[in-house]
Design a protein around this ligand. Structure first.
Ligand code: CO8
Length: 275
């Protein structure tokens, strides 16, 4: 399935969606692959691409055939090298406020299905912020993460000061934000930004395999568990624990809870209903 297309280039989608995505042994049930498709500008995120991306993710979020989503960049040089600087250069506070293209970012945060960023090469500025908006990052050995906005006379504007600080701690985040320097995949792993580092060419296949493992889990429990883990970043501990306990209790109203526990007792694989 292809999502929307550039108005002036009817055959070219800025965001490509494949559902089901393809693994080494055929289609991966429940897994979608979303590819940012402006490789000639290192997948720079212009407003049209951001709009297509959020539309595509919201469509997948509503589609019961999709249970986990991998986002990657076309080509082997970049996940995304940030917002499109040429487009950004012409903005004013008024255009940014009135058009508010970046409010779309909040829509990505509201996607309920698991999002995995498969990062090869550059994940800079808005690209790094997009990867951090995902639930997990699988990084190739060649991945470079940075918030280089300071070098452009500005600062991160879509989560770079907040999510990076929560992910890797204040000292390291402050250094990266104030100098704009890049952090390689191993350094990012050592500081907890990424869940896994793999050989560069294995990045997308590994991310798809991880998505396939998640897609094989009971869907309602997956949605609830993702929501609960994300609350850990936002709520005080007591409130987070309360949210977790309530979600845990509610899952005992699902067919999949009964099926999962019966299958364990009967020593057979579970057959999830997604209800
Ligand atoms: N925007 C627009 N075009 C870009 C961008 C970008 N962010 N990054 C690369 N390109 C283009 C280049 O202009 C070039 O195009 P052309 O051939 O027409 O000149 C092409 O991609 C290839 O790039 P380079 O020739 O520069 O390739 P190099 O290998 O020499 O360098 C780098 C690669 C180091 C990645 C370099 O391109 C670079 O520094 N890019 C800019 C990185 C950056 O500063 N990113 C932050 C942007 S600001 C931002 O993200 C603010 C986020 C605010 C919220 C965003 C929500 C989406």
């Amino acid at each position: 399935m292809d999502t929307s297309r550039m108005p002036d280039q009817p055959d070219r989608a800025l965001v490509q969606v494949t559902l089901p995505a393809h693994g080494p042994d055929g289609p991966l049930d429940g897994v979608a692959l979303v590819t940012l498709n402006r490789p000639e500008v290192l997948n720079a995120l212009d407003f049209a691409l951001i709009e297509e991306l959020t539309d595509a993710l919201e469509t997948l979020d509503r589609d019961p055939a999709c249970r986990a989503i991998v986002i990657t960049g076309a080509g082997d040089r970049a996940f995304a090298a940030g917002a499109d600087i040429k487009e950004l250069a012409a903005q004013t506070p008024t255009t940014l406020t009135v058009d508010d293209h970046f409010h779309r970012w909040e829509q990505i945060k509201r996607i309920r299905k698991p999002l995995i960023a498969a990062v090869r090469g550059f994940a800079l500025g808005g690209g790094c912020e997009l990867a951090m908006l995902c639930d997990m990052i699988v990084a190739g050995e060649d991945a470079q993460f940075a918030q280089p906005e300071i070098k452009l006379g500005v600062m991160p504007g879509a989560g770079g000061t907040q999510r990076l600080t929560r992910a890797i701690g204040k000292a390291k985040a402050m250094e990266l934000v104030l100098t704009g320097r890049s952090m390689g995949a191993r350094e990012a792993e050592a500081h907890g930004l990424v869940s896994k580092v793999v050989a560069a060419e294995a990045t997308v296949p590994e991310a798809l395999a991880l998505a396939a493992r998640i897609a094989a889990m009971p869907p309602v429990a997956v949605l609830a568990a993702k929501a609960a883990v994300n609350r850990a970043e936002e709520l005080p501990l007591e409130a987070g624990l309360e949210f977790e306990r309530r979600s845990f209790y509610l899952l005992f109203d699902t067919d999949d809870q009964r099926e999962g526990m019966a299958a364990f007792t009967e020593k057979r694989p579970p057959n999830w209903k997604g209800r």
